[in-house]
Unconditional design. Structure first.
Length: 119
């Protein structure tokens, strides 16, 4: 029942996006010293929403997030990973994930309250 509601689908996809962003940052950091490695980033959540459907009720939330090479300059060994940027993106993803889960759980609590249930 709840999985069919647009609000829960959006925040579920937002949490999935944050987790994927965290995974990509971790992979980039793990390969920061590998010669010739090109850093990857995933599309923004807004770009994902624009790409996957014209409106929220017609959005296909099951699609994966597009990945692109970052436009960062390469170091002398050809690696394009910026450790500082990846740490920042990782922290930003953790914050987005927490926000999505908080809104999801608070929305669930409001629905329960509206139905007359406390827990």
């Amino acid at each position: 029942m709840l999985s069919g509601l647009s609000l829960f689908q959006v925040y579920g996809a937002m949490a999935r996006h944050a987790a994927e962003s965290q995974k990509v940052s971790a992979e980039n950091l793990a390969r920061a010293n590998e010669p010739g490695y090109k850093a990857v980033e995933i599309e923004s959540f807004a770009a994902f929403m624009e790409r996957t459907g014209p409106t929220i009720d017609k959005t296909d939330f099951s699609q994966s997030f597009a990945q692109n090479l970052t436009a960062a300059p390469a170091s002398p060994n050809g690696n394009t990973v910026s450790v500082e940027q990846q740490v920042f993106k990782s922290a930003e993803a953790a914050q987005q994930h927490q926000m999505a889960l908080t809104v999801y759980s608070k929305s669930l609590e409001m629905m329960k309250l509206a139905l007359g249930r406390r827990s």
